[in-house]
Design a binder for this molecule. Structure first.
Ligand code: WQD
Length: 343
């Protein structure tokens, strides 16, 4: 790339942000990572730099702080922003809705406001398959109607999508893409970056790897009486390295001025559903270990099944999930062992 484009990565010290920062630099972009470390660690940025073999620009910034954000826009010449910074624990959002609406929406609106103020054209938003809720027809496409959100977390994703849609329509120079992630799992093959949940993990794979590491005595499988082949929920588990590459494909589309609408949405998944029990079995086989688990009651808010129709991202972004699920599950375990100092 002759004159390198720079991309601002908000929440770039997080799980998906770090993997995306690596993929962007490897694709020839420069990155500026901003993060307030509210749900991540400085070691994550060090991991990105170790993988890349060079420093990356970093600013400790809370995207809810408009003045601090303005200083970043004044300092760096990026045309594209990827906005990851948000709280993302479904259960916590039920107990703390105001914390989620304030943080996730104020931070996003600040980003859009700064883009308008500084005439920066491209914003890529980290959305989620949770916007589909309990869809009637599967797999879901980008035109599958969104169901009313079942959590404040999910609602912040829906509201932010609508804010982005309306701002792209209203403001001439603004272009937006929302990527609806399914279930991100895995870790970079180097085992230098990965998911670092604080406290008791909400999501399945971190709980699985912490159980395998002996940190959790037992995995609880939330329900086996769903109307699915083995009674446990079906999800579309997407490798985080594949997910990061989908962001590069979307940034390429924006910086290459290839967008056909001012606001576009893409599902980012594998298109292949897996059940909780299938995932447990594959994790055990891929890593040659036994995982202690028990079946317990359903978790309120869980949908029985959701997985992606990925045709649009495949055709329009030229992106497709490539990593093998067993390699992904081996990378998850390698990362957990790295974090815990397990040989
Ligand atoms: C997956 C399956 C659980 C934990 C949410 C958000 C989504 C995304 C990922 C945030 C379900 C089962 C889980 C456990 C279990 N964003 N499970 N025991 O709920 O599909 O999606 O997280 O990170 O936007 O909606 O992901 O990993 O929590 O659950 O049986 O200890 O695993 O019931 O069927 P989910 P999950």
């Amino acid at each position: 790339m002759a004159n390198k484009e720079t991309v601002l990565v908000s929440g770039g010290a997080g799980y998906i942000g770090t993997h995306t920062a690596v993929a962007l630099v490897e694709a020839g972009y420069d990155v500026v990572i901003i993060d307030n470390f509210s749900n991540s660690e400085p070691s994550a940025v060090e991991g990105v730099e170790k993988i890349l073999g060079r420093k990356v620009a970093f600013e400790k910034v809370d995207t809810c702080d408009k003045d601090a954000l303005r200083k970043v826009f004044e300092k760096y010449p990026f045309n594209t922003v990827i906005h990851f910074a948000a709280y993302k624990a479904v259960g916590e959002s039920m107990a703390e809705p105001l914390k989620y609406y304030q943080n996730n929406l104020v931070s996003f609106m600040n980003i859009v406001e700064m883009m308008k103020e500084f005439n920066r054209p491209n914003i890529l938003f980290s959305s989620s398959a949770t916007v589909y809720g309990d869809a009637e027809k599967l797999p879901v496409t980008e035109t599958t109607p969104r169901q009313p959100a079942t959590s404040p977390y999910g609602n912040t994703k829906q509201i932010a999508e609508d804010i982005l849609r309306d701002c792209c329509r209203a403001y001439e120079g603004l272009y937006g893409i929302a990527l609806r992630y399914f279930n991100p799992i895995g870790a970079h093959p180097s085992a230098l970056i990965g998911e670092l949940p604080r406290g008791v993990p909400n999501n399945l794979i971190p709980f699985v790897t912490q159980t395998a590491a002996g940190i959790r005595p037992m995995l609880s499988v939330f329900g086996s009486d769903y109307n699915t082949p083995d009674g446990t929920c079906l999800r579309d588990y997407i490798d985080v390295v594949d997910l990061a590459k989908a962001h590069v494909a979307a940034v390429n589309r924006m910086t290459g001025h290839k967008m056909e609408q001012k606001y576009e949405i893409f599902n980012v998944g594998t298109g292949t559903p897996l059940s909780v029990l299938e995932l447990i079995t594959r994790f055990e086989t891929a890593n040659d270990l036994k995982l202690p688990y028990k079946i317990v009651d359903r978790r309120p808010g869980d949908v029985p099944a959701v997985w992606a129709d990925t045709a649009l991202a495949n055709e329009v972004l030229g992106w497709k999930a490539e990593r093998d699920i067993d390699d992904t599950l081996r990378a998850s375990w390698a990362w957990e062992k790295h974090v815990r100092g397990i040989k």
